[in-house]
Design a binder for this molecule. Sequence first.
Ligand code: PGA
Length: 255
Amino acid sequence: MSKANSMPNKLIIGNWKMNTSLADAIVLASGVRDQAEHMEKVEIVLCPPCIWLTELVHLGISPRTLPHLKLGAQNMHFEDRGAFTGEISPIMVKEVAEYVILGHSERTHILKENPELISNKLQSALDHGLTPILCLGEDRHGQEGWQRHLVQTLNYLIRGLSPEELRKMVLAYEPVWAIGSGNPARPDYVQEVVEALRSVLDPETRVLYGGSVDEKNARSYLELPNIDGLLVGGASIKLKTFLTICQIADDLSFK
Ligand code: PGA
């Protein structure tokens, strides 16, 4: 049985990517904070550009203020400190956030991050008590053996993790062709691929779907028996839309 059945509180991650001015970030985060007070079952994680993280902590976006509203970074280096110009370390992330997105396709495709680097980051995040959101998805579907290849890639990324570490991480299944395309994957397709990916995870690992999620299709994924939540990109920087998605997830949570 998947965690989606055994621990049914949903997880909604907002990945703001490289968007928002400081003023926009404050308006957006305050809006989420004010409504999140009335949604106590869903867990909400905002991942703004890292330069705004501290500002958002000061706004009360922190489990110290609301236990179910948290912050995440969009990336980090695996080393603790040193001569890595432009990077942020897990120790720095840990001071202001609980989660970190790793291996997003925009980093693998545009910034050429490779699986070895991503698996080092994954281990480092876990070693520092951060919750990694590991992103994984196929570039194209339909090619011979693509699903097997995806499972093999996941196996490589998580090699060496203990069952306890597997339970702590979050996997975001994000078909690359669905990200930012307005062409989301069909729920039955997501269910089938996630079932294959779950075969190498711990039954309690939380698995999310991401890729052109909006307020109209969110429910169709959140109702899937093997999906624990959503990784939302474009729709997470529209306050009303994001809050609608969070509300749907709250209604479907039973904690
Ligand atoms: P999207 O992005 O919701 O805009 O498709 C999802 C993501 O990149 O995580």
